[in-house]
Design a protein around this ligand. Structure first.
Ligand code: MLT
Length: 236
């Protein structure tokens, strides 16, 4: 199994993901929201790059909520922002979630064509993702969504932890230099929050009042699910 890592949504290229198993990470906070919503009973998640597509496509569902953010904040007229704590059982059970975020949903849409399978990952479901990748046993590309086309340490740390766990369990694994790099970050991490303190998006979310999300987003292996994106929809 070869494992490569892409560090931002802007660096996704068709030839890099062609026929590969793809894992999308946006720890803060899009994939943490998706995993939480599915774990809390959301029927499906429909991710889009832009607000117009959300508003247009939600008309096809008879039971839905709209979620997402721009600059980290709820979009006008939407039901929820991008805090995973909003996507409780009470709010999403049995419903479709139509969402758009600045980086995470863009990374998903950009990887849809050409990849073999596409899984959604964050710290909340990391061990289940690792086990799924071992089961698939094929060349894998882990995509860090990043923030506005810049490297984001939260995603790299999570990617590194996936690589670290894979390398422990898979004998004939071949790691690209970026995979090795993020694995070293994970091996040297002294706790998620400690590692991320001072990093740009973590500090930004804190500054706009979302420190409360961190405890949830940094809970490791809270959910035993591996949502998959197929034909425009994310389901477990
Ligand atoms: C994104 O997709 O850019 C993020 O999830 C932004 C956020 O933290 O809400």
């Amino acid at each position: 199994m070869k494992v490569d890592v892409i560090l931002t949504a802007g660096e996704i290229k068709a030839e890099k993901i062609k026929d590969k198993i793809v894992v999308i990470i946006d720890v803060l906070r899009a994939t943490s929201v998706m995993v939480t919503a599915i774990a809390n009973g959301a029927k499906a998640i429909y991710p889009y790059k832009d607000i117009e597509s959300v508003l247009e496509n939600c008309k096809k569902s008879n039971s839905y909520v709209l979620g997402g953010e721009r600059k980290g904040l709820k979009i006008e007229g939407f039901d929820f922002g991008n805090s995973p704590l909003e996507y409780t059982k009470e709010m999403v059970n049995g419903k479709d979630v139509f969402m758009t975020t600045s980086n995470g949903t863009r990374a998903i849409e950009s990887s849809a064509n050409g990849s073999k399978k596409l899984f959604i990952a964050c710290f909340l479901n990391i061990e289940s993702v690792v086990n799924k990748l071992i089961e698939e046993n094929q060349d894998t590309v882990i995509i860090c969504s990043g923030t506005n086309d810049e490297f984001s340490l939260d995603d790299a740390l999570c990617a590194g932890e996936i690589v670290r766990r894979l390398a422990e369990k898979v004998k004939d694994i071949k790691l690209s230099d970026i995979s090795l790099g993020v694995k070293i970050i994970a091996e040297n991490s002294k706790g998620i929050e400690n590692t991320l303190t001072g990093s740009k998006h973590f500090e930004y979310l804190k500054s706009i009042g979302f420190y409360g999300d961190m405890n949830h987003c940094f809970s490791v292996d809270k959910f035993d699910i591996v949502p998959e994106y197929k034909d425009g929809v994310i389901k477990n």
